[in-house]
Design a protein around this ligand. Structure first.
Ligand code: HEC
Length: 148
């Protein structure tokens, strides 16, 4: 891969993240402090990229794109959604989201693609976040080593 498309993608994601945060600020006003459902979270934040597959995001409802991801399991997907992976910013670029809202949105998108994940609980959320943080730490280590 050349550097240019990569840079373009990064710019798109940065711009979209800003837009997402603004959109979400309005949503938060509407929903108060109560945690949103998966569908509400999806419509407030995730749809920006996952609606049309922006920057390589797996498109919501696309079974072929989601099948291999669903196979990776709850911890992998929810962990990545919480801590970020490649062009996917942590919490989709909306840090004000509760962990449970992000997890519910993952469960919702998985269901749109014909899969079924368990509803988030305090215990499985904790495990998923730990999993994501471990993988994130490993990526930082690899990146640092490649610059030595
Ligand atoms: C700014 C754009 C953007 C937003 C907003 C966004 N995503 Fe993503 N998402 C991506 C991209 C890009 C990928 C593909 C990452 C990759 O595999 O390279 C991705 C991948 C994912 C994956 C698969 C992770 C894996 O393990 O491969 C999940 C799950 C996910 N997003 C959930 C969410 C949820 C939930 C939200 C809303 C809270 C959200 N995303 C909002 C861009 C976005």
């Amino acid at each position: 891969m050349t550097a240019m498309p990569h840079l373009k993608n990064a710019l798109i994601v940065a711009t979209m993240s800003a837009v997402v945060s603004l959109a979400h600020a309005e949503e938060k006003h509407k929903f108060g402090k109560a945690a949103m459902t998966g569908e509400q979270t999806y419509k407030a934040v995730c749809v920006t990229c996952h609606g049309e597959g922006l920057a390589g995001a797996p498109k919501a409802g696309n079974r072929r794109a989601w099948a291999p991801l669903i196979a990776e399991g709850y911890n992998d997907l929810v962990g990545s959604a919480l801590t970020g992976v490649r062009m996917m910013p942590p919490k989709g670029g909306a840090p004000e989201l509760y962990d449970i809202e992000v997890a519910r949105a993952v469960v919702y998108m998985v269901s749109l693609a014909g899969g079924q994940f368990p509803e988030p609980t305090e215990a499985n959320l904790k495990a998923a976040r730990l999993d994501g943080e471990k993988r994130h730490a490993a990526r930082l280590k690899t990146a640092a080593a490649s610059r030595r």
